[in-house]
Design a protein around this ligand. Structure first.
Ligand code: CTP
Length: 409
């Protein structure tokens, strides 16, 4: 329930759990207040062993709270805070806090407020690498992401006790970027826009244990999601990758996990209506196997796999295009690249076609870098020389932003 009015600043609940990164939450609070956000801190009992409520109360818009049980002014603090905020940020979010939130436990004020709110939630995990890599932690986060929680970081770097590795909380500056993006306060060229992007390669079942996959790493789609969020967009990333954080999506991005072309089609069409921009960066299988219900046994001899076509996701999205929506397709080519790409641009009826010559060195699948040709409806081609996939994403999204201001078809 957004509670800011034009005359009142957005209200943020800043949750602080019990980890050493709690000291950085003081800096985060100071930065949020400098932007005039109304900030109400909640410290878990363990957080108070690292930092004191006095510090938070002195810097915040209202006194820091630690107890589920209120006072005469605010008798039920968790419902009050949950209903009167536009965003909850938890920094740091410990493994324990993440587990309690994922499992719906409400044994302290922070968890009860997280359960009681309908506002967006941003979690900034911080813990030792061994804890971060535990399947239990990753599964809890996957559950929360599926429910729409945004997870920022962690990043690799120095950890408590002189250790190094993944698990360091993202810096307060980065968290502020995300907060601004979620609250729509970022003035980037895509601010106020919703970008829907697909990434990765689809996997089609042969039987309950085997799949047909492809070599897409998902990096270009993730780079587009990251840069779009940095430019102020709200982003939905539909991905086939199991571990979203294997790639750097540290900003305000909603992640939806899919596996097959059919699931990708369902997820993309479900989100298409509210999107200003649709970008099909995923490598979609063109054929799938007529799958066997039971595992194919070696003793039955070499099977003959019967193939059937998958849905053409891009064609479905173009067919259901909303007025003013910019649709971007990708093309992977190995021969006569430009000729095939120009034919594809017309056939696919997209606003922009991003063409990879996947046979060139350092380009396309499984590489950190990319080199593309961007074709527009007017037939104008733009060659983007070899650079990082984020660098390529910046050029694509600059073209998208300019199409949006011109008013796409
Ligand atoms: N695409 C899709 N659904 C499919 C196949 C492809 O949405 N079943 C999308 C891709 O995400 C990409 C674009 O279509 O944005 C072009 O993909 P590409 O494989 O280059 O083209 P195809 O139409 O499959 O043509 P071909 O493989 O014959 O070159």
């Amino acid at each position: 329930m957004p509670s800011a009015t034009p005359s009142s600043p957005p209200r943020i609940v800043l949750g602080v759990a019990g980890g050493i990164a709690a000291y950085k939450a003081v800096d985060l609070l100071r930065r949020l207040r400098a932007l005039d956000y109304h900030v109400a801190p909640i410290l878990t009992p363990d957080a108070t062993r690292f930092v004191g409520t006095v510090t938070f109360s002195a810097l915040a818009s209202e006194p820091a709270r630690t107890s589920l049980y209120g006072d005469a002014v605010t008798p039920i603090p968790h419902t009050y805070l949950a209903q009167h905020c536009d965003l909850i940020v938890v920094a740091p979010a410990t493994a324990h806090l993440i587990a309690r939130y994922a499992h719906g436990l409400a044994d302290d004020l922070l968890c009860a407020t997280l359960l009681a709110t309908r506002a967006p939630v941003v979690l900034c995990p911080a813990m030792h690498t061994e804890m971060w890599e535990q399947p239990s932690v990753q599964e809890n986060l996957a559950t929360l992401r599926r429910r729409g929680v945004l997870v920022l970081g962690p990043v690799a770097g120095a950890l408590a006790g002189g250790d190094e590795g993944a698990g360091r909380m993202v810096e307060p500056e980065e968290i502020v970027h995300a907060v601004k993006a979620v609250l729509g306060g970022d003035r980037g060229p895509l601010s106020g826009r919703h970008v829907l992007v697909s990434a990765g390669g689809t996997r089609e079942a042969i039987d309950p244990v085997r799949v047909i996959a492809n070599r897409s790493s998902g990096r270009q789609g993730y780079a587009i999601a990251t840069v779009a969020a940095r430019l102020g967009a709200r982003v939905t990333l539909v991905t086939t990758l199991e571990r979203a954080l294997a790639l750097d999506v540290t900003r305000a991005v909603d992640v939806v996990r899919v596996e097959s072309a059919e699931e990708l089609l369902d997820a993309m069409t479900a989100h298409q209506r509210e999107a200003d921009v649709v970008i099909m960066a995923a490598a979609v299988a063109d054929f799938r196997v007529v799958a066997s219900e039971h595992k194919l046994k070696r003793s039955q001899g070499v099977p003959t796999l019967q193939l059937e076509p998958t849905p053409d996701v891009l064609a479905a999205l173009v067919g259901a295009r909303v007025a003013g929506q910019v649709v971007v397709g990708f093309a992977a080519e190995t021969t006569d690249v430009e000729t095939h790409a120009r034919e594809k641009l017309v056939k696919k009826d997209v606003d922009l076609l991003v063409v990879n010559d996947v046979s060139a060195p350092g380009v396309g699948f499984e590489h950190e870098t990319n080199e593309v040709l961007i074709l527009g409806r007017d037939g104008e081609g733009e060659r983007v020389s070899l650079r990082s996939k984020e660098g390529v994403a910046e050029v694509i999204l600059a073209r998208v932003a300019s199409l949006l201001t011109q008013g796409a078809p």
